[in-house]
Design a protein. Structure first.
Length: 94
């Protein structure tokens, strides 16, 4: 049995994330969609949204999925019991 692997050896650029964060109020317990344009020369990356209640130590995260040429991650409403902060991240798998 033989196994072949293909690697993106020429991928030396990190993904670019374009996201315009807006400070606005949302009703408590309502999901928040985070939308970003994410580009990478290899097309190989894993986009995520990390979020936490302000004052909390640890972040939780959700995957972002491709919708209409943009990446979307939904912060679940059940955790939103106060103000939150978040950031987006994407990286090359290799």
């Amino acid at each position: 049995m033989s196994v072949s692997y293909a690697f993106a050896e020429d991928d030396t650029q990190a993904p670019t994330i374009i996201h315009n964060a807006e400070e606005q109020e949302y009703p408590l317990q309502q999901s928040i969609e985070v939308v970003a344009e994410i580009h990478d020369n290899s097309g190989i990356f894993e986009p995520r949204v990390y979020y936490r209640l302000i004052g909390s130590k640890d972040y939780s995260s959700v995957d972002m999925v491709l919708k209409n040429n943009k990446h979307v991650g939904a912060i679940p409403g059940y955790i939103i019991t106060g103000s939150i902060e978040y950031y987006t991240e994407a990286f090359d798998i290799n």
